[in-house]
Write a protein of this length. Structure first.
Length: 195
């Protein structure tokens, strides 16, 4: 069965990434676009993670996994090379009602980590429900190439116009029509170079 796409506000929520290799690094980098409280737990880390620690972007605990690391965590990412450790993270996270993603084990995930396209407030998540993650990546790359360069600036303008329409006069149907007209008039999917 397909997984349900759900966009969650991670502001002020603790996200714990257990592991310090390539997969943990990639997932940490993605989370950093949305979360300001990331804790990485691992005896070893990648050069990229070391740079993020130096910048103060993430908190690092140089250790193998220990249960207290998940205290008050909203999300746990199990990305170690040891299946038994990943399974213990899964079990503990489920007991604590913490969302958990276990790398390369969709059956052990309470959520799927999507492939993400992000342009400021515009966020597109792509998932094959764990069936074939490389396809999600390929689709993400295709979508990234299709989006206009100025899409985030256009979204800011549209957001302001939407607020004005919703505050203004008229019934719900008229407001809906005005919002649809704005999309057509602003040529959202047209790059400046195409005009």
């Amino acid at each position: 069965m397909a997984t349900f796409p759900l966009f969650v506000d991670l502001k002020n929520k603790k996200c714990v990434v257990v592991g310090g290799g390539r997969v943990a690094t990639r997932k940490t980098e993605t989370l950093l676009q949305f979360c300001d409280n990331i804790v990485v737990v691992s005896p070893d880390i990648s050069d990229k993670l070391a740079m993020l620690i130096q910048k103060g972007s993430i908190t690092y605990i140089e250790s193998t996994f220990y249960p207290e690391a998940l205290e008050n965590a909203f999300i746990a990412i199990a990305a170690t090379s040891d299946k038994r450790v990943n399974e213990s993270i899964h079990k503990l996270a489920v007991e604590k009602n913490c969302l958990v993603n276990v790398a390369d084990a969709p059956d052990k995930c309470t959520f799927i980590f999507p492939s993400v396209v992000k342009r400021d407030e515009l966020v597109i998540g792509i998932s094959t429900s764990g069936g074939f993650p490389a396809l999600s990546k390929a689709i993400r790359e295709k979508i990234e190439g299709m989006l206009p360069e100025l899409i985030s600036e256009k979204l800011k303008v549209l957001k302001t116009e939407r607020k004005d329409i919703l505050k203004g006069e008229g019934n719900a149907l008229l407001k809906k029509q005005r919002l649809e007209d704005i999309i057509r008039k602003n040529e959202v999917f047209q790059n400046e170079s195409d005009k």
